[in-house]
Design a binder for this molecule. Structure first.
Ligand code: SF4
Length: 76
């Protein structure tokens, strides 16, 4: 399986990615709303029940199901 992304990765940092969405800086990333997490983002490639899943925006590395970044978009 692909590696887990680091929060310090350049892309992750630029997009405000956190492994734990509740740790997102809501002042800096005003688009964040409670309940928005990687597992319900359309870019999440894991199954809904997987703790980690690949994300294309993060170079295919795995992101936490409970994470978030500013590229979040509601899964259709
Ligand atoms: Fe998570 Fe979606 Fe951001 Fe990828 S694009 S890190 S799945 S919120």
């Amino acid at each position: 399986a692909p590696a887990h992304i680091e929060e310090t990765d350049a892309t992750a940092n630029a997009l405000g990615y956190k492994h734990d969405a509740t740790k997102v800086d809501g002042k800096k990333f005003a688009g964040y709303a409670a309940g928005h997490v990687c597992s319900n983002c359309q870019l999440y490639q894991g199954a809904a029940s997987d703790p980690w899943g690949a994300c294309a925006i993060m170079g295919g590395k795995q992101v936490n199901a409970k994470g978030w970044c500013s590229a979040w978009a509601k899964k259709a």
